[in-house]
Write a protein that binds this ligand. Sequence first.
Ligand code: ZN
Length: 377
Amino acid sequence: MKKILCALFLLAFTVPSFAQEVEKTEFTAYYGETTVNNQSSYIPDFRIDGKNAKVRNVILLIGDGMGLAAVNAGMYANGGALTLTNLHTYGYVRTQSDDNFTTDSAASGTAYATGRKTNNGYIGKDPDKNDIPNIPEKLESYGIACGVISTDNLNGATPAAFFAHQESRNATAEIWADLPDARLDFVSAGSMPVFEEQSDSTRTAILERYTLVKNVDAVDNAAAPVLFLPPSVALDERGDYLPRTTRAAIEYLSKQSKKGFFLMVEGARIDKEEHSNNTDGFVREMLDFDKAIEEAIRFAEKDGHTLVIISADHETGGVALRGGDPEKGYIRTAFASTSHTAITVPLFAYGPQSQQFRCFQENSDVSNKIVKILTGK
Ligand SMILES: [Zn+2]
C-alpha cells in the first residue's frame, strides 16, 4: 500500500512537470523571425465599395493557409500596411470540411469552387463521390469568361477544384487529364516541367484545346482558351509572376466576353512555408500575394463593376506573433503546428456587393454568393 501511495505521489508530480517540459520544448523549436524591405501598399477610393450596384466581374483571391496571423505578420513586416489591410469590408470564413473539423486544401478548395462541403482529399466531388459543378461550369451558359491562376502546380488542390473532378487530390495524371474539359478561358499555374511529365495523350489533348504560350507577354494576342505555364513557380525563380499574370488575365478576360468574367487567383505557397514553419518564407509569399491583390483592386476601382474577394482555405501553422518592430520590418513568430488548423479565417472584400460578405460564413457560402451575384440565381 505504501508503495502504491508513493508511486501515486510521484506520478502526481511527474506528469504535470513532464507536460510543461514538452510545451516549452515545442515552443522553442517552432520559433521564427524575419526582416523584410517595405513595399508600397495601395489605397483605392471607396466610391464603389459596399454599393448595391451591378457586378459584372468577380476576382476571388485565395491565400492558401492565410490566417489572421499571417495577414498580421505580413502587415507589420511591411511597415504596418498592406493593400489587403487598407480595405474597409471584412468578414470571417469557417473552413470545416464535411468529414473533418480541420479541412485540407482539396475540401476547402472544392467548397469555394462548387458551393458544397465535401470530404478531405476530394476534388470537385461530393461526399458520395458524385461530380459537383464548379463556378466556371455554373457560369458557362451565361457567357461569363473564367480564369484560374496559381503559384502551385496546376494539379494542386485549389486550382484543380476549379476544373477537375477526382476522388483524390493526389491523382496528378487524372487531374491534368481533366484540363481539356475545363470551362476555363485563361489558365496559368506551375509549371512547364510538370506539364512535360504528363502522358502523350494528355499533352496532345491539352494542346488541341489550348493555345500554349511561353511567356506572359504572349497572352494578349493568343486565341482562347490560353494556357501559360511558367518554367517555375518557386518564389526565388518566378519573379513577379503572380501580380504580372493576374494583370494579364484581367486584361485578357475583359476582352473575352462583354458579359463579364470570374477569375480565381491563388497565392499557394504561404501554406507551404507555414508547413515548414519558415517565417521569412511565408511573410515573403504574403507580400507577393498582396501585389496580386493590388492588381485586382486597381482594376476594380477603375472598372466600377468588379467585386474583389480575398480569403483563405484554412489557417496553417497556428502562427502567433511574439514580437516585432514595424519600422524596421521586423517580426517574431511562434508556431503551434506544422499542419493546418481549424480556426476561422479572415475575408476582405472590395467593390459593389462587398457588404454581402460582412459576416461569419462558410467557405461554401462564399461560392454560392459569388454565383448569385453574377447570375441572380
Ligand atoms: Zn490549403
